[in-house]
Design a protein around this ligand. Structure first.
Ligand code: AMP
Ligand code: GLY
Length: 420
């Protein structure tokens, strides 16, 4: 089989490595991939907003199945487009992708199906937002409706900052805004919970704990994720049951009632308050860096899972996982998530030879004349699968120190809540 992966991050490199392990795979193509994927797959330059061009390339290369990594092409309807052109694709369609593409769509679904989530209001102008905010207790959360690469969420400590947030959103910081969301701040611990679904049945696909803030101790600005470990320390059977019954099942039912279905990975971003799960957001894809911690723990042939999902036979697959846990530290460009420098050479990378169960997944990297350069905020993901996460974290830190990349920054405290 020839498989194509859409995307260029650490998640896509991890997808690539897991697929490569399958005996059934002949070639992997990454659209456009990164330096890491170029060592195991063929990178194809393409403008991901040009679906027509992408289709022609897929047909020319004889690709049997496409796996979509990031949210933007999903929300833009890439799955509908490729399926209409008789190309098999793993990922949700445009309607189902609204779960991530519109926070208000998800909130309305929560309201209709009584899915536990933070109390909220939707406002379509500045004046009404301000008069509501004057009556609120703080902190309060102000959110832009559409995709904003994790930046459209403001946790506001007082009236003044919440007004600034509302103004920025309506001023178009994240594109034209017709509506905004103001919601109650929930105090609890976050958890990323994943399922895979073929539209008929679904299976749990692991949990992880992301670390979204840029600074140690979960301080500073929100990022795409500075590191993760899997499974989440909060995972247990009772909580799983509550998440599936109160959140996942009603969501899938809600989509069915809209005459659609969910195919692909569904990622529930949760806050657990006193043992009760609340939905904070949905993502219609694997998390990044969560994917880099979950896939190394998967025992079952990953291609078989993707193939069964596309062919609506997920029910016949038994998902098996390794006993070990895993931990990932993300090495970023200094300055991320604000301004940072690109095109900085990463010199000693080839000298670091990962042992068994150690992985270096590339994210923002590119290869020029056999040299590796940075090409984004999040650059490399160092991962270990083991029985002892604290020891593994020390080993990851030591590998990153060996690399000694002058432009790098990373958090040394990933998993701190388990080790405290
Ligand atoms: P989101 O993009 O909706 O996941 O929000 C980004 C981050 O903001 C989340 O990972 C949480 O840390 C935080 N957050 C979002 N909504 C809430 C809320 N209602 N209460 C507390 N924290 C929140
Ligand atoms: N790690 C958070 C995300 O993938 O959205």
């Amino acid at each position: 089989m020839n498989v194509g992966i859409i995307g260029s991050g650490g998640r896509e490199h991890a997808l690539c490595i897991s697929l490569k392990k399958s005996q059934k795979i002949k070639n992997i193509y990454c659209f456009p991939g990164n330096a890491g994927t170029s060592f195991v797959a063929k990178n194809i330059k393409v403008d991901l907003t040009n679906f027509e061009e992408l289709k022609k390339l897929i047909q020319k290369l004889g690709i049997d199945i496409i796996v979509v990594g990031p949210e933007k092409p999903l929300v833009d309807g890439i799955v509908d487009f490729l399926e209409n052109n008789k190309i098999k694709v793993f990922g949700p369609n445009k309607i189902a992708s609204q779960l991530e593409g519109s926070k208000i769509f998800t909130k309305n679904l929560c309201k209709k199906y009584k899915i536990p989530t933070a109390n909220f209001g939707v406002f379509n102008n500045i004046d009404e937002s301000f008069s509501f905010l004057k009556k609120c207790k703080f902190p309060i959360v102000v959110k832009a409706d559409g995709l904003a690469s994790g930046k459209g969420v403001y946790i506001c400590e007082n009236l003044e900052s919440s007004k600034d947030a509302v103004t920025e959103i309506f001023d178009g910081k994240f594109g034209k805004a017709h509506e905004i969301l103001i919601e109650e701040f929930l105090e609890g611990e976050e958890m990323s919970f994943f399922i895979i679904s073929d539209g008929i049945s679904y299976k749990k696909f692991g949990t992880a704990q992301d670390h979204k803030r840029v600074l140690e101790g979960d301080k500073g600005k929100n990022t795409g994720g500075m590191g993760a470990y899997s499974p989440s320390r909060l995972e247990n059977e009772t909580l799983d049951k509550k998440i599936l019954e109160k959140i996942i099942k009603p969501t899938l039912k809600g989509l069915k009632n809209l005459k659609t279905e969910f195919v692909g990975f569904l990622y529930a971003g949760l806050i657990i308050v006193k043992g009760e799960p609340f939905l904070i957001e949905y993502n219609v894809r694997m998390g990044d860096p969560e994917c880099q911690t979950i896939l190394p723990r998967l025992k079952t042939d990953f291609f078989d899972i993707i193939d069964a999902t596309i062919n609506k036979k997920l029910g016949s697959i038994n998902l098996e996982w390794f006993e070990e846990k895993s931990i990932c530290i993300v090495l970023c460009s200094k300055g991320y998530p604000d301004k940072f420098q690109n095109n900085v050479e990463i010199k000693k990378l080839e000298k670091i030879k990962p042992k068994d169960n150690n992985y270096i997944f590339h994210a923002g990297t590119k290869l020029i004349n056999s040299k590796i350069y940075s090409n984004g905020g999040r650059v490399l993901n160092f991962v270990i699968k083991s029985k002892n996460l604290q020891q593994s974290r020390d080993e990851l830190i030591s590998s990153i120190n060996d690399l000694n990349w002058e432009n790098g920054y990373f958090r040394k405290d990933i998993g701190f809540k388990i080790f405290e």
